[in-house]
Design a protein around this ligand. Structure first.
Ligand code: AVJ
Length: 335
């Protein structure tokens, strides 16, 4: 594990030996929940990719997380988008094709679309056709002159975009929410390199959560209403619903903490007892205190992120943060 390798120092280049759950750009990671969970439960330590949080229940719980007082990223990023709308529109320019990595609830992209001059097309890229369909139809009603062209793809791997719509001057990517934090830093560099190739001649607007007082990070992932705990545990409930698993809800505890050496928040489900669990006809044992590692959420300093982006083929042009430096928004141009 990374923790046993302090000699590498707290750099964003620090290697992880446990990158399998960090959604590699390419590789043999199982795409379906069943095979991914079976493989992750057989691994040591047990793990599963955070992309499986987002079934219908999990997506609804995530939307609730975004409204929690302790979960500052959504609030601060929306505020940055609004506060700097005029400057963003000037830097990004008119007549762009906006490519969003992941189809969100639409709140953030609306704020951006409302700021831009004559946006020509919106291209949400998401692995779930269902999400795309919802995002597209909600926007179509309110932006009748915008070309909305959803692309079903796993943006953690290489993928192609259809040719730009006519009239579009350049492509601009949008990757809000610090979702990039789910990649280990070297994977984040791989993602940014792929994005730079797709957005050739254009740029990327990206939200990045910042390193800060661990107490604030701790609170953001351990909210007082227990919504983040429910979000984490929904993974087990989803396995029960979809795979005929028999995880007991009270057999596991939500455990989230900031690991300063790895510069990430880790989320785990910790077994409270020695137990056996059946998943898709197979049995797995958990020792007391054994964990299923469900998410990493890496944090950066502004300078570290800008140098990562530069290494990956972007020219970091401008960034904005809130007064408390909780969160950052970066405008990067393809080099
Ligand atoms: C959507 C990956 C940015 O890491 O903060 C929120 C997910 N996990 N609370 C994050 C999440 C627990 C979120 N990202």
């Amino acid at each position: 594990m990374q923790m046993s390798d302090p000699g590498k120092g707290p750099s964003w280049k620090a290697p992880t030996t446990d990158g399998a759950r960090d959604r590699p750009l390419d590789g043999a990671e199982d795409d379906d929940f069943r095979s991914a969970l079976l493989a992750g439960l057989a691994a040591t330590p047990k793990r599963v990719s955070c992309k499986f949080f987002y079934d219908a229940e999990g997506s609804a719980l995530f939307d609730r997380i975004c409204t929690l007082p302790e979960y500052y990223p959504t609030r601060v990023e929306l505020d940055l988008l609004e506060r700097h709308a005029g400057e963003l529109a000037m830097l990004i320019g008119p007549d762009v094709e906006l490519v969003e990595f992941g189809a969100g609830s639409g709140r953030k992209v609306r704020r951006l679309l409302d700021a831009l001059r004559r946006p020509r097309a919106y291209v949400p890229v998401d692995i779930s056709g269902e999400h795309l369909h919802q995002a597209a139809s909600r926007l179509r009603a309110d932006y009748p002159r915008l070309g909305i062209r959803p692309v079903v793809a796993d943006y953690t791997r290489a993928f192609d975009l259809p040719p730009s719509v006519s009239g579009a001057q350049r492509r601009v990517g949008f990757f809000p929410g610090s979702t990039i934090g789910n990649f280990a830093p070297e994977e984040a560099a791989g993602f940014l390199g792929m994005a730079a190739a797709l957005l050739d001649g254009g740029g990327l607007l990206i939200g990045v959560d910042l390193i800060k007082d661990p107490a604030l990070l701790h609170a953001a992932y351990n909210d007082s209403q227990g919504v983040t705990a429910a979000f984490n545990k929904n993974l087990l409930a989803r396995a029960n619903r979809e795979l005929g698993a028999d995880f007991a809800d009270d057999g596991f505890a939500h455990y989230a903490f900031y690991q300063p050496l790895a510069r990430r928040v880790e989320m785990h489900l910790v077994s409270l007892v020695a137990q056996r669990v059946r998943v898709a006809g197979r049995e797995f044992r958990f020792a007391t205190g054994e964990t299923l590692h469900t998410e990493n959420s890496y944090k950066y300093t502004v300078e570290e992120f800008r140098s990562l982006a530069a290494q990956a083929g972007f020219v970091p042009r401008k960034y904005w943060t809130d007064a408390a430096r909780l969160f950052s928004l970066h405008w990067l141009e393809v080099a």
